[in-house]
Ligand binder design. Structure first.
Ligand SMILES: *Cc1c(COP(=O)(O)O)cnc(C)c1O
Length: 433
């Protein structure tokens, strides 16, 4: 037993050390600030708080109530939304809640195709399909990597869907919210903007706020470009919709809602109020720098005539290099973590070896990297893609990464937080410090 326990501990330890020595370019991940991470470990992770603050089904929730109200209030302010629902435990749960509120069995939703970057939760394989809602593919313009507005407007008029979904998982260029919202509203359809990937860029005003552009509701994950704890959020100005949504989150999609993440969420919201603009601007600038350098090193990058990217993402096209499956494994051997991704022209069954690699620079930006560092990363990547031994590159990556360990655009533990953290370790883990 002791051996097994030690193995479990060392798996965690090896994971932690490994991931801190890699260049992580997974576009849907990030790290919290030290303050937010320290607060993540708290007794709320053992508790239930079903229902809404001050209207719970169990006793013992007075501090959870206070923190949930605070977190909702801060998220509302940050996104200039009247209502924020912070109980969904993930972006998928947030989508499920909103899709259920707007649709239900037999209803139709107009959503871009999967190859154009839609998330699995938008499809028949995910929560949309599980709810019995039909995914009708929104016309997509493969040359501009975006929705074909004219055709989409026509289709909205013909199909009269219950709702339209914008936003996605592969998302180098923002969708045209205004034009689509006008057409949708004209036929009584609601507009859902899924900001899972770009919530941090919206918070930092690098992208315009979809709610002011015409979206009725915004769903998101709170841990991608928004550098908070893993979780979900729903934001809206529509009072009736908010009420409906709040009645669906619990009891339909969550019972316990992982309240221990809410202090970290509240802290991250404050960090985004104070450092969000600087952070978001640097992300977009870094993404452009990475794309340009990769391009000049001979790697095919999507969207050259559109300036490669307007978000945190850079999409590589490896269709003339035999696809992405082997490339991402070789990159991992070099301690560069990225994922293979379908491109708009790939058939859906190309999922095992699609043409694309999706890169996101948000986490490395958070560790203080700027345009110059992006050029070095581009060189590491092109070396691996051009056949250099990944083990050789790995040595350099580990050396390079050592210089970037401090999290920027967020708070360290102050005296009060350090005292609380020590007390927690003593009390809950029975340690003597
Ligand atoms: C990641 C993602 C989600 C789901 O987020 P989880 O928090 O992982 O459940 C939903 N929509 C889009 C567009 C995403 O990229």
């Amino acid at each position: 037993m002791e051996d097994l326990i030690n193995r479990i501990v060392s798996i965690v330890s090896e994971h932690d050390k490994w991931r801190h020595s890699t260049i992580n370019l997974i576009a849907s991940e990030n790290v919290m600030s030290p303050l937010a991470e320290s607060l993540y470990l708290n007794d709320m992770l053992h508790r239930y708080a079903e229902g809404k603050p001050r209207k719970r089904y169990y006793q013992g929730t007075k501090y959870i109530d206070e923190i949930e109200l605070l977190a909702s209030d801060l998220m509302s302010k940050l996104f200039s939304a009247n209502y924020a629902e912070v109980r969904p435990v993930s972006g998928t749960t947030a989508n499920g809640t909103v899709f259920y509120a707007l649709g239900g069995c037999g209803k139709k939703a107009l959503i871009p195709p999967v190859q154009a970057g839609s998330h699995v939760s938008h499809t028949k394989f995910g929560i949309l399909g599980a709810l019995g809602i039909e995914h009708i593919e929104m016309p997509y313009d493969k040359d501009n990597f975006n929705i074909d507005v004219d055709k989409a407007v026509k289709m909205i008029e013909e199909v009269k869907p219950s709702f339209v979904v914008l936003g996605g998982s592969m998302y180098p260029f923002p969708h045209p919210v205004k034009e689509i919202a006008e057409a949708a509203h004209a036929v009584g359809a609601k507009v859902v903007y899924d900001a899972a990937h770009v919530l941090g860029l919206i918070a930092g005003k690098a992208l315009s706020n979809p709610l002011t552009e015409g979206a009725d509701v915004m769903t998101a994950s709170t841990h991608k470009t928004f550098p908070g704890p893993q979780g979900g959020v729903i934001l809206t100005n529509d009072r009736d919709l908010y009420k409906k949504i709040s009645k669906i989150v619990f009891p339909v999609f969550v019972s316990n809602h992982h309240a221990h993440r809410l202090p970290s969420l509240a802290v991250t919201a404050i960090e985004m109020m104070n450092f969000g603009e600087e952070y978001a601007k640097q992300i977009v600038s870094n993404a452009k720098a990475l794309a340009e350098e990769l391009h000049s090193l001979g790697v095919k990058v999507l969207g050259e005539k559109l300036g490669f990217t307007r978000t945190h993402q850079v999409i590589l096209d490896l269709s003339d290099r035999g696809g992405a499956a082997e490339a991402v494994v070789r990159l991992e051997e070099a301690n560069i973590i990225a994922n293979k991704n379908l491109l708009p022209w790939d058939p859906p069954d190309a999922i095992a070896n699609p043409s694309g690699i999706r890169l996101g620079v948000q986490e490395m930006t958070r560790f203080g990297m700027k345009e110059g560092e992006m050029k070095e990363i581009a060189k590491f990547i092109s070396d691996v893609l051009n056949g250099k031994d990944p083990k050789e590159v790995r040595e350099k990556v580990i050396e390079f990464r050592r210089e970037y360990v401090k999290v920027h655009y967020g708070y360290e533990l102050n005296e009060v937080a350090l005292k609380r953290f020590k007390e927690y370790l003593e009390m809950a883990l029975n340690l003597t410090l």
